[in-house]
Write a protein that binds this ligand. Structure first.
Ligand SMILES: *[C@@H]1O[C@H](CO)[C@@H](O)[C@H](O)[C@H]1NC(C)=O
Length: 320
């Protein structure tokens, strides 16, 4: 047809995760709890680090940055997914779909660079302790922070440039609960084999590359720790094991989703749930439960908030 060379699909339909009402209901409860918990946990970490001058060292400032990113990670996919779990007809507009893809890759990219910066911070602290304050100066921290946002933004823009002009004319059903590349590209009505490869290589390279950089830096740090005397090494090892756990939990699912040859297994859907909902909640738990200093500071903030509540209650009871 003349003139109809553009997308005629204006919205996409999600098939969701399953048709079973019981599973959907339990997923709804499960996801809502994790979503709320990760919002509260990560906000509490940010609040604690910002309000406690003892925690104004690079390690904690980076941790607060990670918590900020985690608020984003859990908000890109979960709210829409949780809302959709209770609906029969799940749709997302074309624009909404592209926006979701953009933010998934933007925030994902920032998080990967931030985890590398956190590893670098530990490397300097443990392997070059005498130069720590000069290398991880406030200026450098800001530079690292800006770099991670820039890398995430460019990575996402680069990915999106390939797909933003794809024509969509045919089926608009996505066998998923959020928009992302492999399934989105497959719906375009031109041959997208090369494009799919390009996007997979880009995301795959980003995630596998970062993963290996991280693992290698942790191996170097662990060897250095073991060479030194035992004093302080157990504390360093416990911090490191927290980092490694977070890295494996974050990257494992992502690497599977982007590099596994066929994405037709349902495993990738459940891995996505894990990455979207569980990981952002685990980060604060893993980092704080192993860190005495952080735990104490959080208790102080928590008590303060509770204290204010008591005062407000008292105030109300006096005035009523
Ligand atoms: C993130 O890091 C930057 C640079 O050090 C810092 O200025 C900023 O306060 C941090 N953000 C949060 C939420 O702590």
């Amino acid at each position: 047809m003349e003139g109809v060379n553009h997308s005629v699909v204006s919205e996409f339909v999600f098939l969701g995760l399953t048709n079973s009402w019981e599973i959907q209901l339990s997923l709804f409860v499960f996801s809502s709890i994790f979503y709320l918990a990760s919002m509260m946990g990560n906000s509490l970490i940010m609040l604690t680090v910002v309000s406690d001058p003892h925690l104004h060292s690079p390690m904690y400032i980076l941790l607060a940055n990670l918590s900020f990113i985690d608020l984003g990670v859990s908000s890109v996919i979960s709210p829409k997914m949780i809302y959709d779990l209770l609906r029969k007809h799940r749709v997302i507009s074309f624009r909404g779909c592209v926006t979701q893809i953009f933010f998934i890759h933007f925030i994902g990219g920032v998080e990967m660079v931030l985890l590398i910066v956190m590893a670098f911070d530990r490397y300097v602290a443990i392997c070059k302790p005498l130069h720590y304050l000069t290398i991880m100066s406030p200026k450098m921290c800001i530079l690292f922070s800006v770099t991670s946002w820039a890398v995430g933004f460019i990575h996402s823009l680069f990915q999106l440039a390939f797909v933003v002009n794809l024509p969509f004319c045919g089926p608009n059903v996505l066998d998923s609960f959020y928009c992302d590349f492999p399934r989105f590209i497959k719906l375009a009505c031109i041959d997208t084999h090369k494009l799919k490869l390009l996007v997979s290589v880009n995301s795959g390279f980003m995630s596998v590359g970062s993963f290996f950089i991280l693992i290698i830096s942790y191996i170097v740090i662990i060897f250095t720790v073991q060479k030194h005397s035992a004093s302080g090494s157990s504390k360093a090892l416990s911090t490191l094991s927290a980092h490694v756990t977070v890295v494996v939990l974050t990257f494992g699912p992502v690497m599977f989703i982007y590099t596994w040859p066929s994405s037709f297994t349902h495993l990738d859907k459940f891995l996505s749930i894990f990455d979207a909902i569980v990981t952002p909640f685990l980060n604060p738990v893993i980092y704080t439960f192993r860190n005495q200093e952080m735990k104490m500071a959080m208790m102080r903030v928590f008590n303060q908030i509770m204290g204010y509540r008591q005062i407000i209650k008292l105030f109300h009871s006096v005035h009523s």
